[in-house]
Design a protein around this ligand. Sequence first.
Ligand SMILES: [Zn+2]
Length: 313
Amino acid sequence: MKFGIDIGHNSPPDTGARGIKIEDVLTLDVGNRVMSKLRALGHEVIPCKPDRSSSVTNSLFQRINTANTNRVEVFVSIHFNAFNGQANGTEVFAASDTGRRIAQPVLNEIVRLGFFNRGVKSGSHLYVLRNTNMPAILVECCFIDSPRDMNIFESEATANAIVKGLTGTVPSAPVNPVPDEELNTDTTVIRLQKALNRLKITDRNGRALVEDNITGPATNSATVNFQNIAGIQPTGVADTNTWNAINLILAKRIIRPNHAGGPVVRYIQYRVGVDVDGVYGPQTGEAIKRYQRQNGLLADGIVGGMTWQKLIG
Ligand SMILES: [Zn+2]
């Protein structure tokens, strides 16, 4: 098997989170062990972390570009989480059914070490999962700002768990992600109007939509406004890409620096008043913190439950 191993961050200005320990240090330690263990088992490994990068966008691009041009069979991005000191446990993100089938045993093996099981989660908001051509997972091994997790974390055991999860028997039963708005299949006009109002997207006259379940110039122009923000072709018709973007925003994923990309980040950038480019870099971080301060929230730059509540209710 040909693995692309992406050691998270470690490519300034793309640097990881800091807590009790430093994400860059732990991802490098675990990632290097994973690569040598996979090679020892006879697998081919393509390291995907760039040595240097000109920006966070460039760092993320180089990672997926290395994986895509080398045609790796499975892409594995290794990260550590950080949130509020209390959140703890392991979660693995994937953006396809094949990815989810790879993610589940990796999650199971890490959880066996004693970490709380946060589940396999939908990772369509993550740049490296959105832009790789092959099945891909992003492992959030545990929380570097959790005393509980840092107490039991150990690099060698974590690397062994990841390698066992990747190379062991893959369960044949499909693994379903936790259902939420991302999987909502309701594409009626009334839901579109309610969603655009909730997202505070107005029509061409700057007005909120009348929720009447009737398509007209107002709904069409508000849809165009949303599509421009989300980076989707502005047709005015709510197609699959439009609904995917709306549902992903309504799913209120936790958005942290240097991980996320695509429509969700573009929407947040629009709301906090910073250039819309779809990548969470330093300027976006400052704008989010400013928004959080203005709304009486903890200004940590992490768009979690409280910040999402302020943004879209
Ligand atoms: Zn990270």
